[in-house]
Design a protein around this ligand. Sequence first.
Ligand code: SF4
Length: 201
Amino acid sequence: MAEISWTLLQQQVQACTMCPLHAGITHKVPGQGDPESPLMFIGEGPGQVEDEQGLAFVGPAGQLLTRMLQAISLPRERVYICNIVKCRPPRNRTPLPEEAEACMLHLRMQTALVRPKVIVLLGATAARYTLGPEVRITRDRGVWTERKGVWMMPTYHPSALLRDESKKKDAWQDMKSLRDKLISLGLYSDLYGRDGKDDAP
Ligand code: SF4
């Protein structure tokens, strides 16, 4: 088996026809950000703007995510962001299980390359395919799980916050919990780009 690399991953995603989602898309959306970040965000799949640009989380939901990161003083360029599926599902529907499972090959490669210490799972699809099918986002959001030294927390997808403002209070609690987890692991000051948790907002 070929050694994994970012070049191989990009080639593999661009050439992938492992599920029907590749038909009719404008661009594949592999993900982007700091390839050595200790913090990774995983969403569901590209939307219209992401499909047009080939970049993850650049539409309205992505802009909200950027503001949420700013609220805990994390520069977005210091984190890595991707999705469960790399092709936009028609009309933004939820990926089918066979589509998500096919694309997990790419996500496993990304995780092996980034080697994050903390992963935030944005929405039910990301949480279920990563933590297990029993996860319920309204019940389990904000709960930390550690697996093989990696801390994972589900929270609402930013698109859910755009549809229902009442969820923003819980999402803000989750962002503060993320900041506290990064501080407790000694990762916050690295990401924050300043020297110490005393600077935390
Ligand atoms: Fe391949 Fe993933 Fe696109 Fe399906 S969604 S065609 S598995 S890259």
